[in-house]
Design a protein around this ligand. Structure first.
Ligand code: SF4
Length: 346
């Protein structure tokens, strides 16, 4: 039987991971949200630190948002952290601290989509649910020799139905993990290792010699490039920082003020003046770039001085310790280091 072969392979090959074999719904939830878009190696450290700081759903619900974002710093896709906390508040205050035990109810919480709902329901509650991530899409498209583009809703539905029919009734959580492991270790994107595959005899793509041609994926979207000037404005041992709006890219995180196409000191002085900051100087301090999913920032940094800086909710000056405590995106790392250096030497 398909699932028997797959699970036997999984039992022999599963990696030791901090969340492997976990049954606590809260801990499974945290690991699954962190693992979206982020490698296992990176997640390990974050997972341990996050759970040490917020060991229960109530602890997460009641924490200041900036503390949650600080612990997420460097993981990227920060809306995941904000949604996690929004959902934690609902679970803590409206559900008596217990995560729902069905995929349908889990999906009603912020940030929990089909995949995460299936993962929690199957791994924590033993529900016969499919957790279809990108690995499963690829594996299922090959198993069924699906010729349609996997970006299309109708195709995803077909793959989901095929996957749901395969889920093991006794070990649904292990089944999902086994399928993901198969995608990660054997049914690789470019070169599937069909000779090592425990389920090759059920694979329609392999039978027809199509394993390298599938899945059919949507065309890649070209990254848009944005040039941004970054201003480090210093005043008496402090540097100016700005909080990004709650919604949108890097929402709620702190940054040094930066402006599209303001790539020289005079342009930045004008932009800063619009924020009410009178900056002088403008020494070039270096360039950095940062790639988001569909966007590339090419940044040029400049250091300014000012006689006074604002002290508001969203725009304020911080000293070295204040800077270290703020959640800042990785995109700002090079400039943060430059600012820390300058604040250290005075
Ligand atoms: S036989 Fe090859 S293509 Fe098919 S599921 Fe296994 S590794 Fe993937």
């Amino acid at each position: 039987m398909f699932s028997e072969e797959l699970l036997a392979w999984h039992d022999a090959n599963a990696r030791e991971l901090p969340w492997r074999g976990e049954r606590d719904p809260y801990r499974i939830w945290i690991s699954e949200i962190m693992l979206q878009q982020t490698t296992t190696q990176t997640v390990k450290g974050y997972y341990a630190r996050f759970l040490a700081a917020f060991p229960t759903v109530r602890a997460l619900a009641d924490a200041p948002e900036q503390e949650v974002l600080k612990l997420w710093e460097g993981l990227g896709y920060y809306s995941r952290a904000r949604n996690l906390q929004k959902a934690a508040k609902i679970v803590a205050h409206e559900m008596d601290g217990r995560l729902p035990d069905t995929a349908a109810a889990l999906k009603k919480l912020p940030g929990i989509g089909d995949y995460t709902a299936g993962a929690i329901a199957s791994m924590a509650y033993g529900r016969r649910e499919l957790a279809m991530d990108g690995n499963l899409v690829r594996v299922l498209a090959r198993l069924t020799a699906e010729g349609g583009c996997v970006g299309e809703t109708a195709v995803k539905k077909r793959l989901r139905a095929a996957g749901e029919a395969l889920v093991d009734a006794d070990r649904p959580g292990d089944f999902n993990q086994a399928m993901m492991g198969l995608g990660r270790l054997v049914c690789l994107p470019g070169e599937p290792k069909c000779g090592e595959c425990p389920v090759s005899r059920w694979c329609a793509a392999r039978a027809r010699g199509l394993e390298r041609d599938l899945p059919v994926t949507p065309p890649r979207i070209e990254k848009k490039t944005e040039r941004r000037g970054v201003a480090l404005v210093f005043c008496g041992g402090r540097v100016l920082v700005r909080r990004r709006p709650e919604d949108g890219l890097l929402g709620g995180l702190w940054e040094f003020p930066n402006f599209p196409d303001a790539m020289d000191a005079p342009s930045l002085v004008e932009c800063l003046a619009e924020l009410g900051v009178n900056a002088a100087g403008g020494r070039q301090i270096g360039a950095a770039s940062h790639a988001f999913t569909h966007l590339l920032w090419k940044m040029e940094g400049f250091a300014f001085s000012a006689a006074a800086l604002p002290d508001g909710e969203k725009l304020r000056a911080v000293d070295a310790a204040g800077l270290a405590a703020l959640p800042m995106p990785t995109a700002m790392r090079a400039f943060r280091e430059a600012a820390e250096e300058r604040l250290r030497v005075g």
